[in-house]
Each structure stands twice: as structure tokens, then as C-alpha cells.
Design a binder for this molecule. Structure first.
Ligand code: PEP
Ligand code: MG
Length: 761
């Protein structure tokens, strides 16, 4: 150990040097060694810090005090931390160490280079340890005196109250913990940010890049809402991007620090990265990931055409978010790809293909099969319950197969175009519902944990002001949905509760079997209400397009429509079919009468306030106390977004964006058409504009504003929605944890921004 010098240059460092240079230093050295564009740097080694402790006598005095400390006693902890920091700052740094730092600094550049000084805690016996609360950064340091002071401060940061507490709780001996300091040329970036080389939650090969103007600090600290780019490593294309409104940037203040300044209006909404820059960054992310063998969390920055990688460390969140076992490492599932589509429900399963071309043949589907069909229908749900995975030719992320599979926890790939043609009856295949791929045979490492119907464990309690609710369609999913810890149900699609009976609502009326229908509905809703005691449950009245009824008993009486999506569905149908509406209301009334006053009603496909008024009047006519119960609407048609103020004046208590439909009706893109998947854009500016303006009005009128479409299960969209003032988000069961984290992070950023603004006043 004693042979390690006080200073090591980046070029001399390899990953084995972590005990001397810390994780950050080692990672930079490694990256430089594989040709990544890392700015010039040297490290003041952990051994230099040790020599300082020995030379100043602190090694004895400091640790003796800490050994007697009760870290649960906050006052004592703060006092001890304060004393320890002061003694490190005040102690004389040995001249040799000062001289070595000085010489290295001058070698970096004969002029006084502006540098960033970052600490990196390390422990000899734990080569890859990284300690929370001990990663100090001082930016914009210029001149030897300031540099030495910054090194001293980094050393002292090892004894902050949080750091001492953390080490004690983790069972680390303070004596064995060291600190290295990385001194690196400060890149006065024009734009900068962070990158996850693979998806931070699922581990998919999707590189996620966040970027904003100025120094990367703005993105890392959450001061600014950055642009978000998603680059698919498989197709080497940018597959999604969200251009944020970037109000501020962080710039060097010309002295030691940085300043937050307003971004000029013309740059606020401008795109930070070109596709080419995204691709270059993603390539470097991939190089780092391949080299280290695990997905990386990378900081980057750009000046002119020069791109720099500032630091890289392993992502620690993969697989934690949804309570599942860690997913397979990137690339672990390998095999011959038979068909590809959209990954609509996560998980991996192996089984034999059963091709179902006609729902009447569902008898051929056996337990554990892989169901392959053109598109699922409600009458196929019994078969969907049996199978290990589902593959469809048609559809997108919001089609019947996608919605039901997610709820059943069954892996699904939709929109393969030719699954029924390519796959063979009885063929052994492996379905990856995350990546949207079907492989030939039993592909290695498809762990049981990643397959069907896993209980979704409650995430660690993350408190958010924005409610995070869950969507439910099947009563059997109620317990899994409740286990997510969701704040209620933002959408209960009741058509799935009764369509399992395989008879149309009209059949029950025609055959005088209304009570059978009412009881089925009552029981299904009750199961969900019982899983969410005291939490709001918004039950949506029937909404199934006529083509979904076609194969059922009574289906022959359904009108044949050219455009069922634009046809007789949702509230329109109920208003014109009072008997059908009344059967539903009878089930609701029984539940309200039993005291389930947490149940609210939501009307689908409402396009004009008159429809809400009419529905309310019908409910009142059937004996519902419409002023007492909670009634709201779905915003699924652009007209309801445009007229939201009129709805608010009619007394809706809540409105929920049904983006699955809102997108298709705004953009004229059929949500189920697999040929148009790339045009079905949840973040299309027109859709965002409608949502933004409707949220504003809802807030003005005190109307709870929510989302229950699939877009609410996308963390990037959730961030945007919270930024724009949404009151609640209802997501799929498998997405609750990641949505709650995205919401919490966004709320904290908003608070931080506000606090900083106040401080600046
Ligand atoms: C929607 O349109 O976003 C929605 C949630 O309803 P569905 O998917 O049932 O049409
Ligand atoms: Mg809808």
C-alpha cells in the first residue's frame, strides 16, 4: 500500500486500483484505457489521505471519538460530525502531498486549468463499495490554493453526519474507509446530462439519455426538466423523445462556483441533442457497458463537436422496481428469432405453440401453451388464463390482448403481423414479453420468476402528493393490484367482468336474465372494492366496441359497423339503450347501498356535456342520489378536452384521460393497427396540448384530473404530467412502482426548484 504514490494519472489507472483511486477514479481510468473521450484527470490517492491522517495524528484522535458515538442520537451525531470535519479542514496537509498536487496540476496545463474536484470513498476490503452521501463535487476550481482547499473539503466530507450514520448502519469500520479525490479538467459544456446505457428498470437494451443546456449539474441535481431521448440499441434508432421546457441552466460563475441562469426563450423549447449526437452517446454508453459487463449510469457533456464522458458507474436499480427478480442481463436470452412485435406484457415463458384462428375452437388450448392468434377477443379470456404467453398478429400496446395479458401477468408480444403464419402448431418457442421477441425452442435462462402471474410485491413506501392508482379489468387481478400499494383504482373496466359469461348484455335483456347479469357485475366489482378498502375505486360503465361482442351468444344481433372504434360504444350506447344502462346502475346501487361510498362512476367516450347531464338524469331517475355519489368522465375524444370547462360547470367531480382513445381520435391513427404503430405517438404535441389545457381547467375548477390510458404507465410521460399539474395517475399493475418513483422524483424536483427560487429572492 505504501508504494502507491500520492498522485496517479488516469492513464496509469485500471479497475483493480479501486482501493487507491475509488470507484470513480478507477472507472474513468478504465474508460480512458478503452478509448472513451474522458477529459484529462489525475487522482489524489486514498494512500495520500491515509498519510495525511497519520502525519496529523488524526488517525488516533478522530476514530477514538467515533467509536463511542451513538449514531441514533442526532445531536451527538451532528456534533461529532462537525468536530471531525473541522479537524480535517484545519489540519496541516503534509508538504509532500501539497507539492505533488501542485506539480500534477501544472503538468495538466501550464496555464491554470479550470477543474472539477470530486471525492470518491473507498474501502480496502470492499473493492466496489460506493458510499451514499460521500460523493462531494466542487466545480470550477482554478489555481493551486483553491484546488488544495477543495481536496481538503472532499476529505472532510467523509465525516458528514449522513456519511457516518450510513457507515455505522452498514457495519463499515470508519478506520478502514478511505477517500480518493479525482481532479479533472472541467468541461464547460454547452449541453450535458446523464445516460443509462440500458433501461434502468427493465434492463432492456434501450439507452435513455437526459440532456439540457449548460453544465450537467442541472440534470443531475434535478434543477431542470431535461429532454429525454430513447435509443434502441437493437435497431440503432431513436425510438422516442420528449423535448422539455428547459427554463434554467447552470453555468460557471467565473469564480469558484456556478450560477443558475434563465435559458433564453428561443432555447427553452429547442431540442438539445441531434439524432447523431444521441447515437454517438449511446455508442459510448454501450462501449462502457460492454467493457464493465453491467449497464452503466454515465455523465456526459458536449462542447461544439467534442463529446466527453465524465463518469460512469453501474446502474443499481435494474430489476428492483417491480418486485420481480432481477431480469436477465442484457443479451442473456439468445436464440433464433422467429417473429417480433411489441413487448406488451413483461416476462419470459417457454411452451408449445397453439394457433387459434377461431374463438370457437378454444377447447384446443391447453394449460401451459403459448397462445398464438390474430387478435384476442373477450371470449378468448378463459383460454388466455391458461396459457404461459400470448402472441398476436395484430394490435398495439392498448389492444385487448395487451390489456388483459398485463393484468393476468402473462408475457405477451402483440402486432407481430405474421405470428399465425410463421409459427407452427406444437412448435416449442420462448416468448420475451419485454423485448417483443419470439425465439425458437427453449431458450436458456428463462427463469420461473419472470413468468406468469407473479404477485407484485409492494414497493418500499414512497410517498407522493400525486395519487398513483392502478387499472383493473379482471377481478382475479384485484389482489395483485392492491399488493402494489396503489392509492386506489383509477379505472375498472367492467366489460371484462361480464364478457367472460360469453353473452352480450342484450342477450340477458332479451332472455329475461337481467338478474344474472347484475349479479355477475355486482360480484366482480365487489371483489375489487374489497381489495381497496377506503380507497377510491372509479368504475367505468360499459365500453366495448360492437366487434368485441360478435362471437358471443347474442352477437348476431349486434350491428355491423365499418368503424366500430367510432361507433356504438361507451356512454353513447348506454344513453340509447336504457335497459342496458339500468342493469349496470342496479349493480352500482346495491354496492352504494351496502356502504361502498368509495366507489365512483366514470362515463366513457363522452363527447359533449349534454351526455353527462343526460346520464346523470337517468341515474337520478333510477333512484341514485347523484349529488352524493362521485361522478366523472373520461377524456377520450378531443371534443371533451376542448369543452372541459363546460363539463366542469356541469358538476363533474373528476376527469380521466383515456389516452388510448384520445391519441387515436386526435391523430386519426387506429390504436390497434400494427402497421401504424410508429405513428401512434402518445407524446404528439397535439395530444400534449389537449392534455395540458384540460388539466389547467380542471385545476381552476377543483376537478380531480387523472389519466388511465396506457401513456400513464410510461415514467417519462408521468414526469411530464406531474410537471403539468395532474392530480393522479392510474397505471398498469406492472408499472406502479416505476411510476411512483417517477412521480416522487418529479415532485421533489419541483419542490427543490421552488425552494431555490425562494432562496434567490
Ligand atoms: C383509454 O381509451 O385510454 C382507456 C383507458 O380506455 P380503453 O382502453 O378501455 O378504451
Ligand atoms: Mg377508451
Amino acid at each position: 500500500m505504501n508504494e502507491v504514490p500520492n498522485i496517479l494519472w488516469l492513464e496509469e489507472i485500471r479497475k483493480e486500483d479501486i482501493p487507491s483511486v475509488g470507484g470513480k477514479g478507477a472507472s474513468l481510468g478504465e474508460m480512458a484505457s478503452i478509448g472513451l473521450p474522458v477529459p484529462k484527470a489525475f487522482v489524489v490517492t486514498a494512500q495520500a489521505f491515509r498519510r495525511f491522517l497519520v502525519a496529523t495524528g488524526l488517525e488516533d484522535t478522530l476514530f477514538q471519538k467515533m467509536e463511542q458515538l451513538d449514531v441514533e442520537n442526532n445531536e451527538a451525531l451532528e456534533a461529532a460530525a462537525g468536530q471531525a470535519i473541522a479537524s480535517v479542514i484545519d489540519a496541516e496537509m503534509p508538504q509532500k502531498i501539497q507539492d505533488d498536487i501542485k506539480a500534477a496540476y501544472h503538468t495538466m496545463s501550464p496555464e491554470e486549468m479550470i477543474v472539477a474536484v470530486r471525492s470518491s470513498a473507498t474501502a480496502e476490503d470492499l473493492p466496489d463499495a460506493s458510499f451514499a452521501g460521500q460523493q462531494e463535487t466542487y466545480l470550477n476550481i482554478k489555481g493551486v490554493d483553491d484546488l488544495i482547499e477543495a481536496v481538503r473539503k472532499c476529505w472532510a466530507s467523509l465525516y458528514g453526519a449522513r456519511a457516518i450514520y450510513y457507515r455505522s448502519k452498514q457495519g463499515f469500520d470508519d478506520r478502514s474507509v478511505n477517500i480518493a479525490v479525482v481532479i479533472q479538467q472541467l468541461v464547460h459544456s454547452e449541453k450535458a446530462g446523464v445516460m443509462f446505457s440500458s433501461h434502468p428498470v427493465t434492463g432492456e437494451p434501450l439507452t435513455i439519455i437526459e440532456g439540457s443546456w449548460g453544465l450537467g449539474e442541472a440534470v443531475v441535481s434535478g434543477t431542470v426538466s431535461p429532454d429525454n431521448y430513447i435509443f434502441d440499441q437493437r435497431t440503432e434508432k431513436v425510438v422516442d423523445q420528449l423535448i422539455a421546457n428547459k427554463k434554467v441552466e447552470i453555468l460557471p460563475d467565473g469564480r469558484k462556483g456556478t450560477k443558475v441562469v434563465e435559458v433564453s426563450p428561443s432555447r427553452q423549447d429547442a431540442q438539445v441533442l441531434s439524432n447523431e449526437e444521441v447515437a454517438r452517446l449511446a455508442m459510448f454508453g454501450k462501449i462502457a457497458e460492454d467493457h464493465y459487463g453491467v449497464p452503466q449510469d454515465v455523465e456526459w457533456s458536449i462542447i461544439g463537436s467534442s463529446l466527453y464522458i465524465l463518469q460512469s458507474r453501474p446502474i443499481t436499480t435494474i430489476g428492483m422496481a417491480n418486485g420481480k427478480n432481477a431480469p436477465l442481463p442484457t443479451g442473456a436470452v439468445q436464440g433464433k428469432v422467429l417473429v417480433q412485435g411489441q413487448g406488451a406484457s413483461p416476462g419470459i415463458a417457454t411452451g408449445k405453440v397453439v394457433i387459434l384462428m377461431d374463438a370457437k375452437d378454444i377447447g384446443i388450448v391447453k394449460e401451459g401453451d403459448i397462445l398464438v392468434t390474430r387478435m384476442t377477443n373477450p371470449d378468448m379470456v378463459p383460454a388466455m388464463r391458461k396459457v404461459k404467453a400470448i402472441v398476436t398478429d395484430e394490435g398495439g400496446m392498448t389492444c385487448h390482448a395487451a390489456i388483459v395479458s398485463r393484468e393476468l401477468g402473462t408475457p405477451a408480444v402483440v402486432g407481430t403481423r405474421n405470428g399465425t403464419g410463421t409459427l407452427r402448431q406444437g412448435q416449442l418457442v420462448t416468448v420475451d414479453g419485454e423485448k417483443g421477441v419470439v425465439y425458437e425452442g427453449a431458450v436458456q435462462a428463462a427463469p420461473a420468476a419472470a413468468t406468469a402471474a407473479q404477485p407484485v410485491a409492494a414497493a418500499a413506501p414512497v410517498i407522493t402528493a400525486t395519487s398513483v392508482k392502478v387499472n383493473v379489468s379482471l377481478p382475479e387481478a384485484a389482489q395483485r393490484a392492491a399488493a402494489t400499494g396503489a392509492d386506489g383504482v383509477g379505472l375498472l373496466r367492467i366489460e371484462h367482468l361480464i364478457l367472460g359469461l360469453n353473452k352480450t348484455p342484450n342477450w340477458f335483456i332479451k332472455n329475461g336474465k337481467e338478474e344474472e347479469f347484475i349479479l355477475e357485475l355486482y360480484n366482480g366489482i365487489k371483489t375489487v372494492l374489497d381489495a381497496f378498502p377506503g380507497k377510491p375505486v372509479w368504475v367505468r360503465t360499459l365500453d366495448a366496441p360492437t366487434d368485441e361482442f360478435r362471437n358471443m351468444e347474442g352477437g348476431e344481433d349486434e350491428p355491423i359497423e365499418h368503424n366500430p372504434m367510432l361507433g356504438w360504444r361507451g356512454i353513447r350506447r348506454d344513453l340509447k339503450s336504457p335497459e342496458q344502462f339500468k342493469m349496470q346502475v342496479e349493480a352500482f346501487k346495491r354496492l352504494w347501498n351496502e356502504g361502498y361510498d368509495n366507489m365512483g362512476l366514470m362515463f366513457p367516450l363522452v363527447g359533449h356535456p349534454d351526455e353527462f347531464i343526460q346520464a346523470k338524469a337517468m341515474l337520478a331517475g333510477w333512484g341514485v342520489d347523484v349529488e352524493k355519489v362521485t361522478l366523472g368522465i373520461m377524456i377520450e375524444i378531443p371534443s371533451s378536452a376542448v369543452l372541459i370547462e363546460d363539463f366542469a360547470k356541469c358538476g363533474i367531480k373528476f376527469a380521466s384521460f383515456g389516452t388510448n382513445d384520445l391519441i387515436q381520435y386526435t391523430l386519426a391513427i387506429d390504436r390497434n393497427n400494427e402497421h401504424l404503430t410508429d405513428m401512434y405517438k402518445p407524446k404528439h404535441p397535439a395530444v400534449l396540448k389537449l392534455i395540458d389545457s384540460a388539466i389547467r381547467v380542471c385545476r381552476e375548477y377543483g376537478v380531480e384530473c387523472s389519466i388511465c390510458g396506457q401513456a400513464g404507465s410510461d415514467p417519462v410521460m408521468a414526469e411530464w404530467l406531474v410537471d403539468h399539474g395532474i392530480s393522479s395517475i392510474s397505471a398498469n399493475i406492472d408499472a406502479i412502482s416505476k411510476i411512483r418513483h417517477a412521480v416522487a422524483r418529479t415532485e421533489q424536483r419541483i419542490l427543490l426548484e421552488a425552494a431555490r427560487k425562494n432562496n434567490a429572492l
